[in-house]
Design a protein around this ligand. Structure first.
Ligand code: ANZ
Ligand code: ZN
Length: 872
């Protein structure tokens, strides 16, 4: 024990600033958290992983919550005898590093690795039980080189495709923009009107797995229902039909337009046909009709996302061309409408305003016909038609078909079947399954990403970079002063000889979407330095991740892409993983919130600038100006309602921060960070330490056999073990914390110096040290070292076992009935025999009165619950 520690003890205060680094070093020296390369089978494996951070600069409270939750699981499982893998790394490619380069002239690599160094230091101060030997950043060439190797294998296996797709093109910056970078139709940086442009891009063929990606969701019983539903909706399976409508005149060679519909039953209620602005027929019509051309040009400046189209006003233009409905032979106008996406179905729809809200809005706006064809149950047809003479709300539920010829009288599902039969008979359409999921476009025109390892040769076409030449490294000397992709205008980097014919050729200058980097990092952690993407022994032994923890914001894309990647890696022999599923268990944590503050001029204030007085008044520190206290909101830089984890650790220590963040609410819910809450946690840290420190002199020697007689404190101890264990198993960490608060009270209340109590007190304190360990690991070590000097680390101890006889309730309360009517209750020892229970029941005052003068015919006893006397 070093001297600073002794001083702390003399002052009877626990000094986290002294203790925490000391224990962190002890864990590191003992390599407590190193996972075996391959679990040896003597212990079951457990892989716990938190979504790895983007190295943005500093860790925030969201990270603290996420990594504390993961650490509780890791430490608990380790104590339960599992071989635990708990790694950490950095999701290190991405645009902010390039922005830093453009704005401040710092090289993206320098910016990224500096941030990583800072954040690694911050995470280490939290006392997380991580295997740091496995750390990597996705921008390390060792990592992205293996990613390139995976890509080449996917390419060879037909899991990758090159095809044309629309992008948001910034004509001034000469770059493709992400949807979030298009603001009101303009590039976020240049302010130029964004164009929709077709580019050849690389796609991962995720749609090839669509059936399995959907079906396997059913097997993920340790995922939140909500996330499974989000995945399901994203994959979006729709059953419907494709229907061909003959054009009144051929347009650029096309004689008909095909639509996709999920409601072929409503074909007799058709009012118009609408084409996407990007539809080939639209393009041909635009060439001869300036009105159409103008409308299409206007649409190009709108966002390309579904969300953008969802919110944009529905607009259209009548092309003057008509189509014939194959079922009734009538003509309908062809419009071009901004809400029809080229990327879904066929890029064309038929509109049925009575039964589709969007179509109704459109029909009202342009005075198109509205014919109801599905009658709600119990509704009168005439009244319903009357309703639609003015209604603004479509009827989208099931009902009975009307105004629909051979479909009249049928229910919607039956009408769908009949109409598809008829379309197929007429050779005008067929039933189809349509998926919402698109292939995953991974090409990005950026510098700070993983280079896509192919070469374009005029003679040979697309040539994969030979594996021996991997990694294709990013050049260091890049120019960010020029707009566009620095890889593209680098003087030498892209000029290479074709690996096939040797003639001058050109490197692909696109880099991967950073979602690629995070789609397999969990597999790489199992053998982070291996010379190929995976070591089969390691990856097959460790995967799937048993518990994955992260934010709901990644519930769709990241998880879906990872699910694709494990399947693709399986198909290319990089792992076995029979289920194909990377994450057996998923937990999504809530957000960390804080009050918001504004000064008298309406400017946001940081919590550190505000002083909250006892009387509830809030003032600006220093000036004492009044502060307006606003809503409790998710911590965000823009509202300045953030609390810096580093400052909290400086002031209170990591254990206090961890304890508070676990105590406030169930981890899946949002929690509010408050100064009072942290202070309360800090007091509890001191309280536990003082309970222990104050008792030390009176405790029997460690390992003393139990004396005769049993102190009541022992029951508290073992019930706490059982309660905390159950809570940790169920992710109810706030409940575990609450049980430990109660336990501290029980220890404090157990007065008495008799041998049995003193022995029980040692047992209780030792147990407390071990039970708080997953949550407050440093304090746990400190307490343990006081109680059992030289007995090793808590981090290496097994989890305490509850003694079942001490856990069981010591008494039970039983209801006593006479002829089914409640007459009284009795309280008996938990282990009482039936004879004892019946005797006590008969003796109960009220019961005895009810039995007086009667003959007992039958005694019914449900142990622990009820006694009923049948009398006559
Ligand atoms: C006619 C109709 C009548 C429709 C009706 C709905 C109700 P989900 O469930 O998402 O698959 N649609 C088809 N392709 C589209 C595209 N590319 N852009 C925009 N909308 C498109 O939705 C399928 C429905 O969305 C289809 O069924 C079609 O409108 C529309 F009473 O066809 B429906
Ligand atoms: Zn060539």
């Amino acid at each position: 024990m070093d001297t600073t520690h002794d001083i702390a003890r003399d002052q009877a205060r626990y000094d986290a600033a002294d203790s925490e680094p000391r224990w962190q070093k002890a864990w590191e020296d003992a390599a407590c958290f190193a996972a075996p390369d391959v679990p040896d089978g003597t212990r079951p494996k457990y892989y716990v992983l938190e979504m790895f951070p983007y190295p943005s600069g500093r860790i925030h409270m969201g990270h603290v919550r996420n990594y504390t939750l993961g650490d509780v699981v890791a430490r608990y499982k380790r104590a339960r005898g599992f071989a635990v893998m708990h790694p950490m790394g950095w999701d290190a490619f991405g645009l902010p590093a390039e922005n830093a380069a453009r704005e401040r002239g710092i090289h993206p690599a320098r910016w990224t690795y500096d941030n990583i160094a800072t954040m690694r230091g911050e995470l280490k101060r939290m006392g997380l039980s991580l295997d740091w030997s496995r750390e990597f950043a996705t921008c390390d060439p060792e990592y992205y080189g293996q990613q390139q190797a995976l890509f080449l294998d996917f390419l060879a296996a037909g899991l990758v495709e090159r095809k044309e797709a629309f992008v948001n093109w910034d004509p001034v910056d000469g770059t493709v923009l992400a949807n979030e970078q298009v603001i009101d139709g303009r590039g976020w940086r240049s302010g130029a009107l964004v164009e929709r442009k077709k580019l050849s891009q690389w796609f991962f063929s995720i749609t090839k797995q669509v059936d399995d990606l959907l079906a396997a969701l059913e097997t993920l019983d340790r995922w939140p229902e909500r996330v499974r539903l989000m995945q399901k909706n994203w994959i979006g399976r729709s059953e419907g039909a494709r229907v061909r409508f003959a054009l009144s005149e051929p347009v650029a060679g096309a004689v008909d337009v095909e639509v996709f519909t999920t409601r072929p039953d409503t074909l007799f209620g058709m009012s118009f046909l609408a084409l996407s602005p990007d539809h080939p027929v639209t393009a041909a019509l635009a060439e001869r009709d300036p009105k159409v051309a103008e409308f299409v040009a206007a649409c190009r400046t709108e966002g390309t996302t579904e969300a953008a189209l969802e919110t944009a006003e529905k607009r259209g233009v009548d092309t003057g061309v008509t189509v014939t409905n194959p079922l009734n032979g009538r003509s309908y106008p062809v419009w071009v409408a901004n809400f029809v996406l080229m990327e879904y179905g066929t890029g064309a729809i038929f509109g049925c305003p009575a039964h589709d809200q969007r179509d109704l809005d459109f029909a009202r706006k342009y005075a198109l016909s509205v014919t109801p064809v599905v009658l709600p149950k119990g509704e009168d047809a005439a009244a319903f038609a009357q309703y639609f003479s003015g209604a603004d709300t479509a009827f989208t539920d099931d009902g009975t078909l009307i105004n629909s010829s051979f479909l009249d009288g049928l229910a919607v599902p039956e009408a769908k079947r009949r109409v598809i039969e008829e379309l197929e008979r007429l050779a005008a359409g067929q039933g189809v399954v349509q998926w919402r999921l698109r292939d995953w476009g991974v090409s990005r025109q950026r510098y700070w990403g993983c280079p896509i390892p192919v070469i374009h040769c005029e003679g040979c076409g697309i040539v994969p970079v030979p594996k021996a030449d991997l990694p294709v490294r990013l050049p260091d000397d890049v120019d960010f002063a020029r707009p566009g992709n620095p890889l593209d205008h680098h003087p030498t980097w892209k000029h290479v000889d074709c690996p096939r014919c040797g003639k001058p050729a050109r490197r692909e200058t696109d880099t991967f979407d950073t979602f690629v980097d995070s789609s397999w990092y969990f597999a790489r952690f199992t053998a982070p330095r291996h010379p190929s993407p995976t070591n089969r022994d390691a990856v097959d032994a460790w995967l799937p991740v048993d518990q994955y923890i992260g934010g709901i914001e990644h519930a769709i894309l990241h998880l879906l892409y990872s699910r694709f990647f494990t399947r693709a890696m399986r198909d290319t022999g990089h792992l076995s993983l029979p289920s194909g599923e990377p994450f057996a268990g998923l937990f999504t944590q809530g957000m960390v919130k804080h009050e918001t503050y504004k000064d008298p001029d309406g400017r946001w204030l940081y919590p550190t600038e505000v002083e909250k007085r006892q009387d509830g008044l809030a003032l600006i520190k220093g000036t004492n100006q009044p502060v307006t206290v606003g809503a409790v909101e998710a911590m965000s830089k823009s509202k300045r309602n953030t609390v810096d984890p580093g400052a909290i650790i400086d002031r209170y220590g990591a254990d206090t921060a961890r304890w508070f963040i676990l105590s406030d609410n169930p981890p899946e819910r949002d929690m509010e960070w408050t100064e009072a809450g942290v202070a309360g946690a800090a007091r509890f840290v001191q309280r536990l330490w003082r309970l222990c420190n104050g008792a030390l002199a009176t405790l029997p020697a460690a390992g003393t056999p139990a004396p005769d007689g049993e102190a009541p404190l022992r029951r508290s101890t073992h019930r706490t073990i059982a309660g905390v264990t159950e809570a940790l198993e169920g992710f109810a960490f706030n409940v575990a914390v609450a049980r430990l608060y109660e336990f501290a009270n029980a220890i404090a209340d157990a007065k008495g110096d008799d041998a049995a109590t003193a022995w029980a007190r040692r047992e209780a304190l030792e147990t407390a040290a071990r039970l708080v360990a997953p949550m407050m690991p440093h304090l746990a070590e400190e307490l343990w070292s006081m109680l059992r000097p030289g007995a090793g680390l808590v981090a290496a101890l097994p989890w305490p076992e509850a003694d079942a006889t001490l856990v069981a309730a010591d008494t039970v309360t039983i209801a006593v009935q006479v002829l089914g009517k409640l007459r009284g209750t009795i309280t008996v020892p938990a282990g009482a025999s039936e004879a004892e229970v019946l005797a006590a029941a008969e003796a109960e005052e009220n019961v005895a009165r009810a039995l007086a003068g009667k003959t007992i015919r039958k005694r019914i006893h449900v142990p622990g619950r009820i006694v009923n006397f049948v009398v006559s």
